[in-house]
Design a protein around this ligand. Sequence first.
Ligand code: SF4
Ligand code: SF4
Length: 399
Amino acid sequence: MPRPFGLLAELTYACPLHCPYCSNPLDLGDYRRELSTSEWQRVLAEARQLGVLQLHLSGGEPLLRRDLVTIVHGASELGLYTNLITSGIGLSPERAEQLREAGLGHVQISLQADEAALSDRIAGARSFERKLAAARLVKELGWPLTLNVVLHRHNLDRVADVLDLARELEADRVELANTQYYGWAWRNRQALLPSREQLDRAEAVVRAARERWRGRMEIVYVLPDYYERYPKPCMGGWGRRQLTVAPNGDAFPCPAAQVLPLPRANVREHPLAWIWERSPLFQRFRGTDWMPEPCRSCARRELDFGGCRCQAFLLTGDAARTDPVCHLSPDHGLVIEAVRAADEGRRSLRVAPVPRPHPERRSRPAPPSGPPGGRRRGPGQRFDPQPPTPVDRPRREGV
Ligand code: SF4
Ligand code: SF4
């Protein structure tokens, strides 16, 4: 039985921003009964016993949890390395000092773009300047700083400027992650997919920047899934290295797996060890026995594990099929068609992405699920369709 190395603790799905590529579930109402402080402390202790060494604290916006310092302190006492994945909103100097004293090891701050107007438009809220202030605070307090930038049609052409800003902020590491189409990104896929030309230009910029800043700033480039010949080894394999616990205690092999029609496993009902080792959910796609052809007889089956189960489900309606991103998949035409549409740009400037709604922790109803492109007023900000504007998984690097 493999042992988990990392736990993604999604402390809350509440967030002050409205990113249209957010990986949180579309129906946030299912997750509003959040785990208490003591429940998280028990989960972390069980995770440590299972072998987990790295704890990624995410959301939503984890800084909205008033007990974040307590949770970090408890995790540090258990010997977990803690990493805060945040929008930066709410990281006051006082809070940052408390988190540092509690033992927080690392901070990742998301950036939507290199300048305020575009960044705020993508985030659906005025936030750019506060993000910069948070990034500077992280450096002042001596933490290593990682900047996370989700790339898509609306900011891909600004990669050079984003990297310049990262240098100015003295980031130790930048993760340029092409959008992965789950959650709200799946909902907004037509408005977010870039063209091949955009990707080629961005990759050239990243190659040059890596040369220029070698040894001074690490640049991670997460490949654009839909444009590759082979799929990513999602989560390093189902139930092999990572697990996620959602705000309501549901445990998953990956944060996007909430979408799959599989039996739930919740830490309020079962110990984490049972969930990891014996739950039907974690066993369903573990290993290679479940694989259909062409994966079953493919030489790469232990390398990419047949790709992403969530992507297979979203694209084909069957989580047990070969990931259609793979050029060997019988469903690969679905990806070709989506890419062709993006390349032609025929949908691009007519489709307004839907902003993620303001996620209240107690009463927000499920968002409507009409077709992408319908004009809808988000609770935070309305998107203008001319032009439209649009966490933590193991990722493949490229370029
Ligand atoms: S992607 Fe944006 S909206 Fe979603 S949790 Fe992160 S900051 Fe909040
Ligand atoms: S056929 Fe399956 S195992 Fe082979 S490369 Fe494609 S997704 Fe991977």
